[in-house]
Design a protein around this ligand. Structure first.
Ligand SMILES: [Zn+2]
Length: 403
């Protein structure tokens, strides 16, 4: 076993210093903190023997050539964080990849490799995200360039202040034929690997997502004077719907769902609720499972409203397809884990990643690393140096065996 874990953890500690003040790490795209992080990444990339450049979407690229082909395997993740986030989400996949390539610096590999440090995956500063991978995949929408942050700075101006030219972004599109694949290593951000006692796992698919807005209208009434059998309680109906969502997800494989937002009118201790608005979000690694679930809950809502004498409406407000990982890249990651005596379980990713957008360019695979208590997007986010070392070992064996 190699021991790169300590090195990776030290680097992550140092780069976490490039953050706005306050608890946790707050590093947003095209800011002084982003610039500081890039200075360190440039230094480490150079030390790993990589040719460094910054593209006009703000992606820092470290490249080494192959001995036999210029076709390129892409590695990497995102440098930005959520407000008061952790030290590992995103940046871990970049630092790990650079550290592995430093280890392989004097070893010839037949194919070219690039480490990509994307600027903006979280979408915290501007109401858009994934600009870097979308630029490479040719799915970048120039309309987002006019979007403003909360200080009224447009994305175009933020890029310009960072020394980048917005009009060059569409030309960053890569040719799929030149790309061998994209491997993103990322902390799991959930409790599955920890519950299985596994340091690393391989992602089967990045979940598709759909969101519904539901309105249930009953009749507000006095909670003392209105007999139970004469009520039209919108919140009691909503409670049934919430249980339905929970049970449906418990009973359906590869489906998770939540009612995370609720608005009750009049929302008073002594009033029968007359109106409830709520959101339902469904995620699944299989689009058909998710779509069927959504249609099922729409039908249930109608039956529920009819049975209780209420009116109800529902609208699907958002939908995003699942991205399948799997395939040869995942099988090779699994073999690399096996070679160091590890069984890497397969699991789905409930969160979106750079790999989602990269899937429009090439095949993608993700290696997940166990995190403490499944905590992420918080300063308490934590992984061990042992697990970081194991992930490095898996990636190095993968790269050595890849052709
Ligand atoms: Zn992330």
């Amino acid at each position: 076993m190699l021991n790169l874990g300590e090195e990776i953890m030290q680097r992550l500690d140092v780069i976490a210093g490039y953050s706005k003040a306050g608890p946790g790490v707050s590093r947003f795209p095209f800011t002084a903190e982003h610039e500081g992080a890039l200075t360190l990444l440039r230094e480490w990339m150079t030390k790993a023997g990589l040719e460094v450049s910054l593209d006009d979407s703000g992606t820092l690229i470290g490249r080494r050539e192959g001995s036999e082909t210029s076709r390129t395997l892409l590695l990497g993740s995102h440098q930005d964080s959520v407000p008061q986030g952790g030290k590992y989400d995103g940046i871990f996949g970049i630092v790990l990849s650079i550290t592995c390539l430093e280890y392989l610096k004097h070893q010839q590999l037949p194919y070219a490799i690039e480490v990509l440090a994307f600027a903006d995956e979280e979408g915290v500063r501007f109401p858009t995200a994934l600009m870097g991978p979308r630029a490479l995949a040719g799915t970048f929408d120039p309309d987002v360039l006019g979007m403003q942050d909360k200080d009224g700075v447009t994305l175009t101006d933020a890029l310009q202040n960072f020394g980048l030219e917005a009009e060059n972004i569409v030309a960053l599109k890569r040719n799929s034929d030149d790309i061998l694949g994209f491997i993103e290593t990322h902390i799991e951000q959930g409790p599955v690997l920890e519950s299985k006692g596994a340091p690393v796992g391989i992602v089967t698919a990045i979940c598709g997502i759909e969101r519904w807005m539901v309105k249930i209208t009953g009749r507000a009434a006095h909670a003392g004077t209105t007999p139970m059998d004469l009520r039209y309680d919108a919140l009691a109906a909503a409670a049934e719907l919430i249980s339905y969502v929970e049970n449906l997800c418990l009973e359906t494989e590869a489906l998770v769902g939540v009612v995370g937002w609720l608005n009750v009118v009049p929302n008073a201790v002594n009033a029968v609720p007359g109106e409830v608005d709520l959101s339902i979000e469904l995620r699944s690694s299989t689009d058909q499972v998710r779509v069927n679930a959504g249609l099922g809950l729409k039908a249930f809502l109608q039956q529920l409203a009819d049975r209780r004498g209420l009116t109800a409406s529902s609208e699907r407000t958002y939908s995003q397809s699942a991205v399948q990982c799997g395939g040869e890249l995942s099988d090779r990651l699994e073999e690399a884990a096996k070679a160091i005596g590890l069984k890497a379980p397969r699991l789905m990713s409930g969160a979106t990643h750079d790999a989602s957008a990269m899937s429009d360019l090439s095949r993608v695979a993700m290696l997940f690393v166990r995190c403490l208590n499944g905590v992420s997007h918080h300063g308490d986010e934590s992984i061990t140096s042992e697990d970081a070392g194991i992930a490095a070992d898996v990636l190095i064996r993968f790269l050595e065996g890849f052709e």
